[in-house]
Design a protein around this ligand. Structure first.
Ligand code: FAQ
Length: 332
């Protein structure tokens, strides 16, 4: 989709207040910044960090659901889950490709994920214990992802914004398939409804943490908003998500596990209880329930796929030699 050859080292030129002012004026005028345009080094670094974390989240996010492909309760559910997990692999690839336009290679980024040096979303460090967890992931995790990512379709960096358009369309399908699983379970036997409620109880708070630290503690929000990478703060998006999701839970007779949850008639928003930020910090520091398992599994898959990468490189080299020989013959 993209090529890293597009990018030039000129983009990493020393900071220059005049150029920065012109750059900011373009952002303020809602122009898209493209790979070969001049950009401040900090803008480039922020984008690489965010896009890489986003790509890693898609790839690691395949693992908790992949766990249920062989145990999906019907052929229809299996086919849908398989397609969803494949979509997530595709999202990771578009995002690595978008990051490559900023002058970093996919291999470098993958190495940073595998060594644990770069983050992926906290949410994927929780286990999927029952089939209802697959419903909740689609409903809440994809739901939170969409809330966060729709504004990214208007991100100032062209390749990221364009990649997000297709990703959001697919996430929307994922969200609906998850909610439909929840509807089915909530209208099923008492045991199925209890399983749906239990999954909601375990995933609700981690889903709220996906939006990142509260605005007062967010290191990157101010600059990311000024550069129109982010269009809303973490707390604004979290509130939008709560407002959209609480009525969906009520509609299927499930209870949000928060005894402080109340609807404020004056503001028109659902007010919610305190998030356990110590848990969030612990998870992003690598100590969540599944952090070690996820990195171990990703490393094992990467190692097991070494022969595929070697075969693809050998084939490309063979083709290159054949084509070069063909050109020589044609020239004679
Ligand atoms: N987990 O200053 P801020 C999906 C880090 S995709 C881990 O507020 P920022 C699809 C943050 O990186 C889900 N770390 O940061 C799917 C920073 O650390 P750093 C992923 C987090 O960037 C569904 C530090 O805390 N989506 O789910 C988290 O302005 C189902 C300070 O934070 C994206 O990546 C977290 N939750 O705002 C797949 C969307 N939150 O880098 C499979 C794009 C914060 O300085 C199944 N990303 N941190 O070491 C974003 O919108 C932003 O990066 C935020 C964080 C909003 C995540």
């Amino acid at each position: 989709m993209y090529t890293q050859a597009l990018n030039t080292r000129e983009a990493a030129a020393p900071e220059d207040p005049e150029r920065e002012a012109r750059f900011q004026a373009r952002i303020d005028a809602e122009e898209k910044i493209e790979p070969n345009d001049w950009m401040p080094e900090a803008y480039r670094r922020t984008l690489i960090r965010q896009i890489a974390q986003h790509a890693h989240s898609e790839i690691v996010g395949m693992l908790p659901e992949g766990n249920w492909i062989t145990r999906a309760p019907s052929l229809k559910r299996k086919a849908a889950l398989l397609a969803k997990v494949q979509d997530e692999g595709g999202h990771g690839l578009y995002l690595y490709a978008a990051a490559e336009t900023l002058g970093v290679s996919r291999e470098e980024l993958v190495a940073l994920l595998l060594s644990g040096k770069q983050k992926y979303s906290s949410i994927f460090n929780y286990p999927t214990l029952t089939w209802a967890d697959i419903g909740v992931i689609g409903w809440l995790v994809d739901g939170a992802a969409i809330m966060n990512q729709i504004p990214l379709c208007r991100c100032s960096y062209g390749p990221y914004a364009r990649a997000m358009i297709r990703i959001c369309k697919e996430e929307s399908f994922h969200q609906r398939q998850g909610y439909e699983i929840m509807v089915t379970l909530a209208r099923g036997t008492p045991e199925q409804k209890a399983m749906a409620q239990d999954a909601l109880n375990r995933w609700w708070w981690p889903a709220l943490m996906m939006f990142g630290p509260p605005d007062g503690d967010s290191q990157h929000t101010d600059t990311a908003m000024r550069w129109r990478i982010k269009r809303f703060t973490n707390d604004e998006l979290r509130q939008k998500f709560v407002d959209a999701t609480v009525p969906q839970a009520h509609h299927i007779g499930l209870t949000i596990p928060d005894d402080k949850l109340t609807f404020n008639d004056t503001t028109g928003h659902w007010e919610f209880g305190a998030i356990d930020w110590a848990e969030f910090k612990n998870v992003i520091a690598g100590n969540g329930p599944c952090n070690k398992q996820r990195l171990k599994q990703r490393n094992a898959s990467h190692d097991a796929g070494a022969w595929v990468r070697e075969a693809a490189l050998a084939y490309a080299e063979k083709r290159r030699r054949r084509e070069a020989a063909g050109r020589l013959v044609a020239a004679e």
